[in-house]
Design a protein around this ligand. Structure first.
Ligand code: MN
Length: 196
């Protein structure tokens, strides 16, 4: 089974000025695509050859096949949850949960950004909905993913590997995080919350 690079639901320059076309060229066409290509090469003649991406991530030992498959999944989650037409504030049900668990939307963003800044080295910062409907912000390192945690449903992720922001923001991860909120697809998040 061949894994495919998912098509971006927007043009390569659609997220400007917050995420440049140059960043997306590298991040999507080089990094994301390379993970997909690596995975396709690594699974040939292995027990992982004919199972889904999600099954590979759950079964593969934590090394090359795991790293590449989890990075394919994480990047798809990241890219497909961004939009050039962000409504910039969460929709009804999502906002209700954010207000309940973080006080208000501003405080939520601040808490998320702080967590992302403290995510040491390379990794991902996630907003997840727990089985008991509580929202939680979680950091994972390197390729580690939320997918393997069955009781946690991911709603949003921010890639904090340097390759996600270095072209546009150099070392200023904090600036990248501030601007990230301009391109979040809250409609998509709301539909995940409503379909929990
Ligand atoms: Mn990345």
């Amino acid at each position: 089974m061949k894994h495919e690079l998912p098509k971006l639901p927007y043009e390569i320059n659609a997220l400007e000025p917050f995420i440049s076309a140059e960043t997306l060229e590298f991040h999507y066409w080089k990094h994301h695509k390379t993970y997909v290509d690596n995975l396709n090469n690594l699974i040939i003649w292995t027990e992982f050859e004919n199972i889904s991406l999600e099954e590979i991530i759950k079964k593969a030992p934590a090394w090359w096949i795991f790293n590449n498959s989890a990075q394919v999944w994480n990047h798809s989650f990241y890219f497909l949850w961004l939009t050039s037409n962000s409504i910039k504030i969460p929709k009804k049900k999502t906002l209700e949960l954010i207000n309940r668990d973080f006080g208000n939307f501003e405080n939520f963003k601040e808490t998320f950004n702080k967590s992302a800044i403290w995510n040491f080295g390379s990794g991902w910062t996630w907003l997840v909905l727990n089985w008991d409907w509580k929202l939680e912000i979680i950091n994972t390192s390197n390729a580690w993913t939320i997918l393997t945690l069955a009781e946690k449903k991911p709603l949003l992720t921010c890639d904090v590997w340097e390759h996600a922001y270095y072209i546009d923001y150099r070392n200023a991860r904090v600036k990248y995080l501030e601007n990230f909120w301009n391109v979040v697809n809250w409609e998509r998040i709301e539909s995940l919350v409503l379909n929990k």
